[in-house]
Write a protein that binds this ligand. Structure first.
Ligand SMILES: Cc1cc2nc3c(=O)[nH]c(=O)nc-3n(C[C@H](O)[C@H](O)[C@H](O)COP(=O)(O)OP(=O)(O)OC[C@H]3O[C@@H](n4cnc5c(N)ncnc54)[C@H](O)[C@@H]3O)c2cc1C
Length: 387
């Protein structure tokens, strides 16, 4: 049985670092829509951009459970920093290590691991959201170069004041009947000719994390920038998302944990009717439910990570972890606001930021509805009938 208590010394170290270097900036990160360079430098110094990257490429070589704890603790300090690390680790470093050529790994892994380059994962398009395989962006070979045309939207880690590299899904087989089997994955640096940012999304939460449209206008990259096999890119993206869902679960866990701790503190100190409100059973029951749900979510997230580390199938368990932890994170943040009363509705108290931040976890990397589709598909033994 997985007992995460064995990781508690590790957590204490990571938490101390996040409390020292990230948490003091969390309110400003949200208010200014920006992660300051000092925080980026501290995260880089801690090695967290490359938590799971191999040591030989400048990474820390951590297993998935340790990585999840780091994302959880970074998110407990700031959701914007947590999501940045979740994308860099799960959606960039993991598929690069699994599918990249030696040359690609040598070139990009050290850059991702140090945070010198921010990685972004370009799957979503205006007509390809939950239906992520409905990719309209195309890539056509012209001599030794791919020429890419199309648009992505809602792409995280599109940090404009930073060098970025986008992994994008592109249709490489024009035969529509091939569906997702005509989609490839391609590496597109932000300085490639024809790569342009569009609108920066004006988000409800995670305001310090950059989320933007990307336009490819006759964008050219070398032929060797194909990541993985030709026309197998959709599968590669789905494999990356399995890993990503563990880190989004971890992020929700960290935000929920922060909300719980704030609610407990408030319940112990806010006096009404002559006593702390925490003496009221209505508040106690809320706290008990919040803490129990967080603990259950934590087991789901870490056990999905442990399955991945053991090389066992974990698609269903990662979807369960993300689905449940994101719901719990949102519910706990909501209850934390209620326990704070009017103060919970005030921007100078962090629970309202946490509530805005954690809502993304029920949407990004596949909505909760899509997680349930994935879970059910992996339980029900129903084959698609051929027409
Ligand atoms: C802050 C933020 C960051 C993001 N970062 C990235 C990123 O880095 N890279 C990236 O590629 N994308 C990113 N996304 C996009 C995200 O993955 C999509 O928003 C998400 O997959 C849902 O797609 P959609 O918004 O088009 O919603 P839609 O697909 O239009 O869904 C609308 C509603 O319909 C429901 N629905 C749709 N299909 C079904 C179905 N078959 N069964 C049941 N219900 C269904 C959905 O659950 C949802 O409730 C980000 C989004 C946000 C908000």
């Amino acid at each position: 049985m997985l007992d995460y208590i064995v990781y508690e010394d590790f957590r204490a170290e990571v938490r101390a670092k996040a409390e020292e270097t990230i948490a003091p900036h969390a309110a400003a990160i949200d208010a200014d829509d920006h992660i300051p360079e000092g925080v980026m430098a501290d995260v880089s110094k801690a090695g967290w951009f490359g938590a799971t990257a191999p040591v030989e490429y400048g990474g820390l070589g951590w297993d998935t459970v340790r990585y999840a704890i780091m994302v959880e603790e970074a998110s407990r300090a700031s959701g914007s920093v947590g999501v940045m690390l979740a994308v860099q680790g799960s959606l960039m470093i993991y598929p690069l290590e699994k599918y990249g050529t030696d040359k690609q790994i040598k070139e990009y892994m050290p850059q991702f691991a140090s945070g010198e380059v921010m990685g972004s994962f370009g799957l979503t398009e205006p007509s390809a959201g939950s239906d992520a395989g409905n990719t309209k962006t195309t890539a056509v070979l012209d001599g030794d170069e791919w020429v890419i045309n199309g648009q992505k939207c809602f792409i995280t880690n599109t940090k404009r004041d930073w060098p970025t590299v986008n992994f994008a899904t592109v249709r490489t087989d024009p035969d529509k009947a091939k569906g997702v089997h005509g989609v490839s994955s391609i590496i597109v640096p932000s300085d490639a000719p024809g790569f342009n940012y569009g609108r920066k999304e004006n988000k409800m939460g995670l305001r310090g994390s950059d989320t933007s449209e990307i336009f490819f206008e006759d964008c050219r990259v070398p032929k060797e920038n194909l990541l993985g096999e030709l026309n197998e890119g959709f599968k590669l993206f789905m494999v990356a998302l399995d890993a990503g869902r563990i880190s989004i679960g971890a992020m929700a866990l960290g935000l929920g944990q922060a909300a719980l701790e704030l609610a407990v503190k408030h319940a112990e100190t806010r006096v009404q009717f002559g006593k702390p409100i925490g003496t009221k059973q209505a508040i106690q029951f809320k706290i008990a439910e919040m803490a129990t749900k967080i603990r259950a979510a934590r087991f789901l997230v870490y056990s999905a990570g442990a399955l991945k580390d053991a090389g066992r199938p974990y698609t269903k368990e990662a979807a369960m972890a993300k689905y449940y932890a994101s719901q719990v994170g949102r519910e706990v943040a909501y209850d934390a606001i209620q326990i704070h009363g009017g103060l919970g509705y005030d921007k100078s108290y962090p629970v309202e930021r946490i509530y805005r931040d954690v809502k993304l976890d029920e949407i990004g990397e596949g909505t909760s509805e899509i997680q349930k589709v994935v879970i059910a598909r992996n339980i029900l033994n129903i084959q698609k009938k051929k027409k």
